[in-house]
Design a binder for this molecule. Structure first.
Ligand code: FPP
Ligand code: MG
Length: 322
């Protein structure tokens, strides 16, 4: 991602071979699909968090590497499921698994990654980590379902939105950081601080995701821009505009959200409206606020190269283009 991963570069290299080892299966078909998605150039943000937080907490063992892999497996499982739900065509600049192999393999390989993660965690037997991750996967499913319920709902409030993204994205970031504190044997207070750091970072990550869905370009983003509107997702840039929209603007958004096939013109019209009315600036501002909240949670940790790296990672969230 950037300079802040340099201090864990060796561990990141080990992560890649650990991913290969931990995903061994006698079913070649699974191997083929799993390799396609997991080696497709993901940013490894969540594994980086596991590693930096483990080191921040003074952990000197080797378990942070398989746990980083497990967090990436769970994340990948959610993407395989999410791309079916969203009927997504591209991710990370490649055709999605559902496009290449179909919906069934995408869901089932997601199940494989998810089950393998729990198999690996129960083998290690750390009940604190198991408890944390099982709560998180429940929340992920709740978040995704809350989002479906709110599809094309113009009455979606900021509170609804934050509940959705908190569950579907931020809790996994929180858990990635908390694992570091658990491995490092830290106090309940330090665990909570790292969980909150990760949670706020995750909120910021999703806010940026929802900004980029309106402002970026397919080639840069590696996935189709405009998917949220097309899928009827009422995200913060749109919620902000809806709150101040007149009768005519509201009707125009409503008709775009309700359409089965939204045109390029529809999207560009709404994109311009969101930019002009300040929906992008408002969401960027919310991103900054959550990053500040995240960084504040690191105050209780003494200065170290790992703390500096985590603060830099937080700043990267605002600059990321994919
Ligand atoms: C991406 O959001 C989706 C998520 C972050 C969560 C997906 C969760 C599930 C499918 C349910 C739980 C599944 C398991 C295996 C526990 P997005 O669609 O806004 O992002 P995108 O633009 O990258 O697709
Ligand atoms: Mg999606």
């Amino acid at each position: 991602m950037s300079g802040f991963t340099k201090i864990i570069q060796k561990d990141l290299d080990k992560l890649e071979s650990s991913i290969d080892d931990l995903l061994s299966t006698r079913v070649g078909y699974i191997k083929e699909i799993v390799t396609y998605i997991i080696k497709s150039g993901g940013k490894r943000v969540r594994p980086v968090l596991v590693m930096l937080c483990s080191k921040l907490c003074g952990y000197r063992g080797k378990k942070h590497i398989p746990y980083a892999a497990i967090i990436e497996f769970i994340h990948t499982a959610t993407l395989l499921h999410d791309d079916v739900v969203d009927n997504a065509k591209t991710r990370r600049g490649l055709s999605t698994v559902n496009t290449v192999w179909g919906n069934e393999p995408s869901v089932l390989v997601g199940d494989f990654l998810y089950s393998r993660s729990f198999e690996l965690m129960s083998r290690d037997g750390n009940t604190e980590i198991l408890k944390t991750i099982s709560q998180v996967t429940t929340a992920l499913s709740e978040g995704e379902i809350l989002e479906i319920i709110k599809t094309a709902d113009l009455g979606t409030t900021e509170k609804d939105y934050y509940e959705i993204i908190g569950n579907k994205t931020a809790v996994l970031f929180g858990a990635a950081c908390e694992i570091g504190a658990i491995l490092g044997g830290r106090t309940a207070n330090e665990r909570k601080a790292l969980r909150n750091f990760g949670y706020n970072l995750g909120i910021a990550f999703q806010l940026m995701d929802d900004v980029l869905d309106y402002t970026s370009y397919n080639d840069v983003l590696g996935k189709h821009v405009g998917t949220d509107l097309k899928e009827g997702k009422v995200t913060l840039p749109l919620i902000y505009v809806l709150n101040s929209a007149g009768e005519k603007e509201r009707a125009s958004i409503e008709s775009a959200l309700a359409k089965q096939r939204i045109t390029k013109q529809d999207f560009n019209r709404i994109r311009r409206m969101i930019e002009k009315k300040g929906g992008i600036a408002y969401t960027m501002d919310a991103t900054k606020k959550h990053l500040d909240m995240a960084k504040k949670r690191l105050d209780i940790f003494p200065a170290s190269q790992y703390k500096t790296a985590l603060l830099e990672l937080a700043d990267y969230m605002l600059k990321r283009e994919m």
